[in-house]
Design a protein around this ligand. Sequence first.
Ligand code: HPA
Length: 282
Amino acid sequence: MDKRTMLEEGVRAIREAAPDFAPDLVLVLGSGLGSLADRVEPAAVIPYDKIPGFKPSTAPYHAGRLLLGQLAGKNVAVMQGRLHYYEGYSMSEVTDPLRILALWGAKRLILTNAAGGVNLTFARGDLMLITDHIKMFTESPVRGKENHLAGPRFFDMTETYSVAMGHVLRKAARKQGIRLREGVYMFFPGPQYETPAEIRMARTLGADAVGMSTVPEAIVARQMGMQILGVSLISNLAAGMAGQSQITEEEVAEAGAASAERFCALMETAIALLPPAEKAEE
Ligand code: HPA
């Protein structure tokens, strides 16, 4: 199956499973942040193996299903489980779900993740608005003969993360009395965590947080003209920053659980404050 056919089949599978559902936004939930999905009033649940182009997620805490429903008054399509480069998928495969969701008609995207804090003023459990990103490793998810079929080959990345949606998140944080950090997210391919030297490099280059997701998806969503909001939970201080302590996947998940209430309150408030879909592009 060529890429275009696969993407079209993916869209068809979603339309067949939920013929009347028009998404206001797509929500991708990062490691440990899955509990926001419990607050969705479900209309349909589609396992990834029923959607061509959606591969099974093998990452911990990533259920592989697309949940469609209502959250804070908006029609949301929740990716419960995302694909990562470190799972062995190509950058193109990692991002095919986003291509399909954009072709389906989703215009706004909220990307969330657990990330290591690099900024010296950050603390474990902080929430960070992603204002920009750095990608130095791996090929681009839009490299190749077929990856521009759904959007232009060359495109601008100046305002990858929507300024308007960032304002909405700040407003939601103020309303909820939540301290919101802001910063640059740097992509590392993983799955090993970074070395202290790599973290010093990241800080020198201007990163405030590091992680293994989000950036491939943001690039493809940008290519397809989606508006993007990115939010990181600082699940741990990055390598070398907290004395000799080790970073583990359990620590990352625990931080998600410990911050679930705050994270959910922030996201629900922000989603409620977003303008209706038809006004989103004004
Ligand atoms: N590094 C990379 N990815 C991560 C980290 C980290 O320290 N924490 C959570 N995801």
